[in-house]
Design a protein around this ligand. Sequence first.
Ligand code: ZN
Ligand code: FE
Ligand code: FE
Length: 167
Amino acid sequence: MPLHSLADLFHETLRDVYYAEKKLTKALPKMAKKASSEELARAITDHLRETEGHVERLEQIFEMIDKPARAKKCPAMDGLIEEGDEVTASADEDATRDAAIIASAQTVEHYEISRYGTLATWAELLGYVDAKNLLGQTLDEEKAADEKLTGLAEDINVEAEEVDEAA
Ligand code: ZN
Ligand code: FE
Ligand code: FE
């Protein structure tokens, strides 16, 4: 389908992030299960709940622009998750694996922050006031999730760093 206008681009990108969020609702529980730190597992599970809300907000926006909620494959999100899984599976020490899980989760958050930043800007230009508000709320939650992970990494990275010394 040719993309003619900013409205077309907005719709196409909405479909992309819709795929990404739905994919995450499946990937996050697996990530939480692999985490050794209880705090990390809880942070991921909390963000899973938020992610389910992100999916719902996107469905509301599809409705606002009178389009069916149809996902479009996002090779970027598929790749980020695949890469994270691969590194995480190779880690043979708990703190190292947790550090890898955080790093992987943050690549995902940064992708989402980029998508929602763009979509919120376009929504504003297009005069989609309600959509812009919903996108802004999700953007704030993605940023908060990213910051939470940065905080958790402060301790977990140090634990991973100390693995060799303890051995
Ligand atoms: Zn999200
Ligand atoms: Fe994408
Ligand atoms: Fe997220």
